[in-house]
Design a protein around this ligand. Structure first.
Ligand code: ADP
Length: 437
């Protein structure tokens, strides 16, 4: 398999699920997401030259930071970092709104900017980073610690509920990372932070942020306390109008960088369907397929938790190494299951539609829709179908998708999907499987 990662796409769900998805993403991501797309740049001052860098050396970082970057295994800037870093490190500082899918190097970029701008001699907060949840703040904090490993004078503190400081405390740490409510309290009510001394303000995961009640207002209130000279940076994985409107309120005179996500296509996928009459027959068909072709790794999607559990049990009884991804699992547990699967420790991953929403495992060559994807009203869910089996650009390998049809209803759904994508889904006779090899 290629060293492809697991990536979680932005999706339409909102609120805590959105934050959980984002966290899951970070937990399972071990390298950059590949992309062939070019960044789009909109400069605040279109007449000024646009710098982009192909190496970290060109950025003239402090030696301790360059060492930190290399110790993390980064050889060169990612696509978005090529343009974002020179902008963020420019003198005078420039404001930036950047959008690109998760895994493209945004966090690493703003962490480097924060670390570059602090003056370790000054024992007060100079960089402020707000994240939507405690867990996400911790993940960013870990990156700060890793990248700042050789720069121990720079200290970090978490402004999160539960971190109770004594009244009258004046923070000495140069970087504060936290959730909007606590950060606001620390700036305003408790005065642990003097907001007028902040040089860099980062708002991370803006799309997740606005999905949480209250976070938008709190963020705006924090922003208003900061000096005019403070550098404002905002990041988001997706960019709907709501995010955009929020971004413009947070970041005055922004430079804007966008990186489109790689389009998914069904072009390199052979699609089949199998007719069955019950879930037992579907299971039998699955066994026949396994008996006929070599399947390195497969992902199997079921509609309900119950079916997924049942199927996982049946498959283990047949001697398969099965991983089960289920809705009641904690984010960390889910990440662990996906990671084991990605590392090849299990060969089959059985999952429910809801649970695996947005997850794509690039190295999987076979995807089986044990149940076809439908939305909550029972209509064909084309988007999910595409995301499950589609491959992105030239990184995609050839793949095989098998759809189990067990009623007139599901046949109808399949027909709709076929029509929607205008790509033939061929019938497969599981008693005679010569054709799919
Ligand atoms: P995002 O914030 O856009 O989700 P991250 O900054 O978390 O992206 O980066 C995604 C993954 O890629 C992380 O594992 C990170 O360590 C790694 N990464 C980031 N920048 C680079 C780089 N320039 N070279 C190699 N790996 C990188």
């Amino acid at each position: 398999f290629p060293a492809g990662g697991v990536s979680v796409a932005p999706h339409k769900q909102r609120g805590p699920t959105h934050a959980a998805q984002s966290l899951l993403n970070k937990l399972i991501r071990s390298n950059l997401v590949n992309t062939t797309n070019q960044v789009e740049v909109l400069q605040r001052d279109p007449t000024s030259p646009l710098y982009s860098v192909k190496s970290f050396e060109e950025l003239r970082l402090k030696p301790q930071l360059l060492q930190g970057v290399y110790a993390m295994g980064f050889n060169r800037p990612s696509k978005i970092q090529e343009t974002a870093l020179p902008m963020m490190l420019a003198e005078p500082p420039q404001n930036l709104i950047a959008q690109s899918q998760s895994g493209t190097g945004k966090t690493a970029a703003f962490v480097l900017a924060m670390l570059s701008h602090v003056d370790p001699e000054n024992k007060w907060p100079q960089c402020l980073c707000v994240s939507p949840t405690y867990e996400l703040a911790l993940q960013t904090g870990k990156v700060i610690e890793q990248m700042g490993k050789f720069y121990p004078e720079v200290q970090l503190v978490y402004a999160i509920r539960g971190n109770k400081l004594e009244r009258g405390t004046k923070l000495q740490e140069q970087i504060v990372i936290g959730t909007p409510g606590t950060v606001l309290d620390w700036c305003q009510k408790l005065k642990f932070i003097d907001p007028r001394k902040i040089k860099v303000f980062v708002l991370d995961e803006a799309d997740v942020m606005i999905a949480t009640q209250g976070h938008q207002d709190q963020s705006i209130r924090i922003q208003r306390m900061l000096p005019k000279t403070c550098q404002m940076l905002l990041f988001s994985a997706t960019f709907e109008d709501t995010v955009w409107n929020f971004a413009k309120r947070i970041v005055p005179d922004p430079n804007i960088i966008k990186l489109k996500r790689e389009e998914e296509t069904l072009d390199t996928i052979k699609q089949y369907y199998v007719i069955c009459n019950s879930k037992e027959e579907k299971f039998q068909a699955l066994c026949n397929i396994y008996g006929a072709i070599t399947i390195a790794q497969a992902m199997i999607f079921c509609h309900t938790r119950k079916t997924a559990g049942w199927l996982a049990g049946e498959l283990s009884r047949e001697g398969h190494q099965v991983a089960l991804l289920s809705g009641e699992m904690q984010v960390e547990q889910r990440a662990a299951v996906i990671e084991r699967f990605r590392d090849g420790k299990e060969k089959v991953l059985v999952t429910t539609n809801v649970c695996a929403r947005g997850i794509d495992v690039e190295q999987v060559s076979v995807v089986i829709n044990f149940d076809l994807p439908v939305d909550k009203d029972g209509n064909p869910d084309n988007e999910t179908y595409l995301h499950r089996i589609g491959r992105t650009g030239r990184f995609g390998k050839r793949g095989l998708a098998i759809n189990m049809v067990d009623s007139r209803f599901s046949m109808n759904i399949l027909n709709h999907i076929e029509e929607h994508f205008n790509k033939k889904i061929e019938k497969l006779d599981t008693d005679d499987l010569d054709e799919i090899e």
